[in-house]
Design a protein around this ligand. Structure first.
Ligand code: GUN
Length: 293
């Protein structure tokens, strides 16, 4: 029987625990963690994510400082805002939703966030710490999507040590940090990408396959090994011709692949909710780090 990994359920458990921990923080410190959520412009997908992140943060008791800026915002305006947020003691975490408009250099912005307030774990110092730390320890700020993928695997009791893990995608947001996390869990890690030759065969060698391509239903059943574990990071909106509507699908051909594997995450309801829960976890971690706990 194939296990459908329920990211919604696992993320709810994570959020329930965070709610309790944040209540304890409130009793001890007489204040709660604060998260600044910065969006520039109105890219539809970003608005959806930002709304979901804001709602979830409030549900666990985090204070949200919402900064929705016009698409015409300049890089120096944005740097000025981040500088203010870095100094604001009520703000423990800062999230700048990506992508940013073309006139703004994303790396300059990410570098300007104080590393201790880096709720996404994208600052070079946190990227470096993730790379050199021996374990995936509690006070690291780790990119939310790969952290969510790892927590799902651990929650399912999947043994990682010694497994062949293949990650499709080499982004700073998912592929590279996912590799760091799985290396620390003693997996043998391969990163495949758009220029990889023989990608199907490489995927077929995977005990654990993490797919972050960003294109709908690319991974078919002849790409996967019998009994493999599949984590589908993709969220793609496509036309549903049968129903004359649109629908969300992953980067994996779910209906076909699910019959062949031992476990798989669905889209929606897999990685997406875990990304959000991990952002809240990082905000709590940032608070505790800043308060030297
Ligand atoms: N855009 C896509 N994924 C992410 C994410 O995890 N964090 C931020 N800030 N932007 C994103």
């Amino acid at each position: 029987m194939t296990k459908i990994i329920d990211g919604k359920k696992i993320s709810q458990r994570l959020k329930d625990n965070l709610r309790i921990e944040i209540d304890e923080i409130k009793n001890t410190f007489k204040r709660v963690p604060g998260l600044a959520v910065v969006q520039v412009g109105d890219v539809t997908a970003s608005s959806v994510y930002v709304k979901a992140k804001t709602k979830a943060a409030k549900e666990v008791g985090i204070i949200v400082f919402d900064h929705h800026l016009d698409a015409s915002t300049t890089q120096s305006d944005l740097l000025h805002l981040i500088n203010k947020l870095n100094k604001n003691e009520d703000v423990n975490g800062i999230l700048v939703q990506l992508p940013l408009p073309k006139n703004i250099n994303e790396q300059i912005i990410l570098d300007s966030i104080h590393p201790n307030k880096d709720a996404d774990g994208f600052h070079p110092l946190n990227v470096g710490k993730l790379s050199i730390s021996k374990s995936n320890n509690e006070n690291l700020l780790i990119p939310c999507t790969p952290l969510g993928c790892l927590i799902m695997l651990q929650n399912e009791g999947i043994v990682l040590s010694g497994k062949n893990a293949v990650i499709i995608g080499r982004s700073n947001i998912v592929g590279k940090p996912m590799a760091q996390l799985l290396i620390k869990e003693s997996c043998t890690v391969t990163i495949a990408h758009s220029k990889t030759s023989n990608i199907e065969n490489i995927c077929k060698s995977a005990d654990i396959l993490v797919v972050a391509i960003g294109r709908p239903e690319v991974v078919k059943s002849n790409w996967v090994k019998d009994g493999a574990i599949i984590i589908d990071v993709g969220i793609n909106r496509i036309n549903d011709v049968e129903n004359n509507k649109t629908k969300l699908v992953g980067d994996v051909m779910f209906d076909e692949v699910k019959n062949k594997v031992s476990a798989i995450t669905p889209v929606p309801g897999g990685v997406g909710p875990m990304t959000i829960a991990c952002l809240l976890k990082n905000t709590k971690t940032a608070f505790l780090n800043q308060n030297k706990i």
